[in-house]
Write a protein that binds this ligand. Structure first.
Ligand code: PXP
Length: 238
């Protein structure tokens, strides 16, 4: 069974609705860990729409499992990451107007800047992962950059409108997971995964970790965060 990284961005989204102090992302991280999450994920966006600089400082100090910082290659954010030194940095594309991360990085197009940032982060002993589409050319480029970890974008699989389309996307993720593993890369996956569609992804034995945010935080509104995390772990184990 893959490990579970819980993305707590949307706890901060709710806090920012009132620009106040609650709900507290750090408390969320602690509860996720208590419920069995294997890592905590947070995205410090350039516009600070949810997670802010203080949050990532506190997460770095207090997360007991592994702190995975999602980030763009914006120089200001890179500088902060180098100071904070999360256990892991997952490089993602970022556009100001997007609702959430749309698609994977274009590693081919931005090869040089991504490689430069990868070197800067690695020099600080931060494990670097690249968020990419399940696409051979992108995976080859990621390998060439010199990372040893990637996260495959499961968004198309998650938003498939028919079972047939979903199966086609699942096959792509499976094939590309095995391809990347043969290159020696550690393969994670995430985006759009929920209590209905995660089981089929979790069956792919070569995937090391699934990063899931929105659906867990949404369920937590009704059943509490610990219960929501435990329920996702059950789905992944089934
Ligand atoms: N992985 C990456 C790289 C992401 O950017 C996100 C969204 O922040 C997720 C996983 C989690 O996606 P979701 O909130 O749809 O579960």
């Amino acid at each position: 069974m893959p490990k579970l990284g819980v993305n707590i961005d949307h706890v901060a989204t709710l806090r920012q609705a009132r620009r106040g102090y609650e709900p507290d992302p750090l408390l969320a991280a602690k509860l996720c860990e208590k419920a069995g999450a294997h890592s905590i994920v947070a995205h410090l966006r350039e516009d600070r729409r949810h997670i802010n600089d203080e949050d990532i400082e506190l997460l770095k100090k207090n997360v007991k499992t592994r702190f995975n910082l999602e980030m763009s290659i914006n120089p200001e954010i890179v500088q902060i990451a180098c100071q904070i030194k999360p256990d892991q940095a997952t490089l993602v594309p970022e556009r100001r107007q997007e609702i959430t991360t749309e698609g994977g990085l274009d590693v081919l197009k931005y090869f040089t800047p991504i490689q430069k940032v990868t070197h800067l982060l690695k020099a600080k002993d931060i494990v670097v992962s690249l968020f990419v589409a399940p696409d051979k050319k992108q995976i080859d480029a990621a390998y060439k950059i010199g990372v040893n970890m990637i996260e495959l974008h499961t968004g198309h699989y998650a938003s498939a409108k028919t079972k047939q389309e979903q199966t086609k996307e699942l096959k792509k993720i499976k094939t590309m997971t095995y391809y990347a593993r043969r290159l020696g890369l550690i393969v994670n996956a995430g985006h759009g995964l929920n209590y209905q569609n995660t089981e089929r992804i979790a069956e792919i034995k070569e995937i090391a970790e699934l990063n899931i945010g929105h659906s867990i935080i949404s369920k937590a509104v009704f059943v509490g965060l610990e219960e929501a995390v435990k329920d996702m772990l059950k789905v992944m184990a089934s």
